[in-house]
Design a protein around this ligand. Structure first.
Ligand SMILES: Nc1ncnc2c1ncn2[C@@H]1O[C@H](COP(=O)(O)OP(=O)(O)O)[C@@H](O)[C@H]1O
Ligand SMILES: O=c1ccn([C@@H]2O[C@H](COP(=O)(O)OP(=O)(O)O)[C@@H](O)[C@H]2O)c(=O)[nH]1
Length: 279
């Protein structure tokens, strides 16, 4: 896997949520926009400069920012993609590989990313559980909704892997689905661009970044934010989506705290979704 990654700096374990709550009295209770978030990390975002499938500097940067917000009592669940390793749609049809088989390989790719992220998070003291959409109980828990919620309530990070467990879907759809199932309040889609533009910023330097969009804008103008199934699931369940650039230091923390970053889809910046206080 290329040059060995920088030695991972070990830091003292994160204080448990219980210790944290003991140390926060009523009047200094922090108030953040979200109580429980679903952070979607795409596979290609994990590849960083693409010199190898996964860039340990990226996974460590994600782990550190997630650690900072779990300390505040915000519950963080992740869905991780697999496009840095294998994307079913690009392989289907080649050398006799049918789409379903290609998709299962893609889902297994997401499990590899999840185990890497779990190891990185636990190396800096963040208690983390991986739950897979189909059983691989030697390496992860099966997805059990109530167990996932209990892990979050205990201050653990939960990483959902293997997408929805079904071919012909994407991890963006898995992110919308898991967000609805665990009653998280928002899907935070971490990508390699600053948000949603009115044109492809790589092709058109004049492309303009949208601050907010409605679901209708995304579906009617076919803006490539997430696949139609995913954005429709968010729309039907009134789940806001924030699309932001995870490569900018501090953006993950900002997004999870509900601060202004990237493009917000489906709720105005000052809607009740953005105003209600953390518990
Ligand atoms: N149904 C399951 N299948 C496979 N592994 C599991 C299952 N439930 C828990 N585990 C694993 O067993 C270990 C202990 O579970 P844990 O979540 O710490 O239990 P508790 O919530 O009681 O502390 C963890 O590594 C967890 O991932
Ligand atoms: O519910 C799912 C989620 C993912 N995949 C497969 O897993 C691959 C990797 O997921 P995705 O492309 O969503 O990852 P990302 O684009 O976020 O890196 C996809 O291309 C699909 O082939 C799937 O079949 N069903």
């Amino acid at each position: 896997m290329g040059s060995s990654p920088d030695p991972i700096e070990f830091r003292k374990p994160i204080p448990s949520r219980a210790h944290l709550e003991l140390s926060m009295n009523e009047n200094n209770k922090a108030s953040y926009k979200w109580r429980r978030v679903l952070l979607k990390v795409s596979g290609e975002a994990l590849a960083g400069d693409n010199s190898q499938n996964i860039d340990p500097k990226i996974t460590m940067a994600i782990a550190r920012e997630v650690a900072a917000v779990t300390r505040l009592g915000i519950e963080v669940a992740l869905v991780v993609g697999g496009g840095n390793i294998f994307r079913g749609s690009s392989w289907a049809g080649s050398s006799g590989l049918d789409r379903s088989s290609a998709d299962y390989i893609g889902m297994l790719a997401t499990v590899m990313n999840a185990i890497f992220l779990q190891a990185t998070m636990e190396s800096i003291g963040i208690p983390t559980r991986v739950q897979t959409a189909f059983r691989m109980s030697e390496v992860a828990e099966p997805y059990i909704r109530r167990r996932a919620v209990r892990h979050l309530e205990k201050g653990r990070v939960v990483i959902f892997a293997a997408g929805t467990g079904n071919p012909f879907f994407t991890t963006d759809t898995a992110a919308a689905l898991r967000c609805a199932e665990i009653n998280a309040e928002v899907v935070l889609k971490a990508t390699n661009v600053d948000g949603v533009y009115d044109d492809d910023p790589k092709r058109n330097p004049q492309a303009r970044l949208h601050d907010t969009l409605t679901y209708q804008d995304v579906t009617s103008r076919d803006l490539s934010v997430m696949d139609m199934t995913a954005i429709t699931l968010c729309q039907e369940n009134n789940i806001p989506v924030v699309v932001f650039n995870l490569n900018k230091p501090g953006n993950i923390e900002k997004a999870i705290k509900g601060e202004r970053v990237g493009t917000l889809i489906g709720a105005s910046r000052n809607s009740t979704v953005y105003e209600h206080e953390n518990i």
